[in-house]
Design a binder for this molecule. Structure first.
Ligand code: T5A
Ligand code: NA
Length: 211
């Protein structure tokens, strides 16, 4: 009898602005394809959906929303994608996700407007990542890579607060892997690929969780 298709892994990339997530997620997607491992890319916020359009105009400074409202919109933007993500994973495709709920918590908590429990609550029940790759980088290095544009969060002092929130979120989480993202791209890619290949194997024998 034919066995059921093993599921894909849910791999999430997190880090402050300009830490290199988009460059590395693209490289990774190509490397998995080259190995015959089915994979797909996704990024949050997905600016193309109705909630994404609101989020985008908030980030561009065209729209003001309270800290609570924007937090819940970011979370809704993830919930909107959940059933499609689940189908993709169950069809055997590994999902490479550029930002997820950890960004949601870290950026809002960095504003000091709400406690951690409140920040985490709306994302409870989302698909649980098999691996979270956290790109650790000093804010000064990230800021020097390319000029910060005009978006709301692109200020060194704020990014510093986000970075300390990320560090706290990863503490004690077995799925959290810290990658030094201040290195040349090829070195980062090599580290990432090793972690992801392991996660793809592990995911084959573990049920998909939603917690
Ligand atoms: N947000 C997001 C929340 O507040 N709550 C949430 O729930 C979510 C999901 C989204 C903003 O919203 C916040 C977080 C963000 O502030 P975005 O559109 O996702 O914004 O933007 P970012 O993810 O911040 O994307 P960036 O473009 O800023 O950064 P990346 O993707 O981390 O970096 P990347 O790959 O684009 O690289 C940046 C530059 O550095 C160079 C690249 O060529 C590029 O110029 N570079 C390197 N240079 C030297 N060495 C390397 N190793 C390099 N890697 C890349
Ligand atoms: Na990006």
């Amino acid at each position: 009898m034919m066995g059921k298709q093993p599921r894909g892994a849910l791999v999430v990339f997190e880090g402050i602005d300009r830490s290199g997530k988009t460059s590395q997620t693209n490289l990774l997607n190509g490397a998995l394809s080259a190995r015959g491992i089915p994979s797909a890319l996704r990024r949050f916020p997905d600016r193309t959906t109705p909630t994404g359009l609101l989020i985008s105009s908030y980030l561009e400074g065209q729209k003001n929303l309270s800290d609570q409202v924007i937090h819940l919109l970011f979370s809704s933007n993830r919930w909107e994608a959940t059933s499609e993500m689940k189908e993709t994973l169950e069809s055997g495709t590994t999902l490479i996700v550029d930002r997820y709920a950890y960004s949601g918590v870290a950026y809002t908590a960095a504003k000091g407007a709400a406690d951690l429990d409140w920040c985490k609550a709306p994302d409870r029940g989302l698909l649980t990542p098999d691996l979270v790759i956290y790109f650790d980088i000093p804010t000064s290095v990230a800021a020097s890579r390319a000029e910060y544009g005009g978006e709301r969060y692109e200020k060194v002092e704020f990014q510093e607060k986000v970075r300390s929130q990320f560090a706290k979120l990863g503490e004690g989480d077995k799925r959290w892997a810290i990658v030094d993202a201040a290195r040349p791209g090829e070195d980062i890619h090599e580290a990432v690929l090793g972690l992801v290949l392991e996660a793809v194997e592990r995911a084959k024998n573990e049920p998909l969780r939603e917690d």
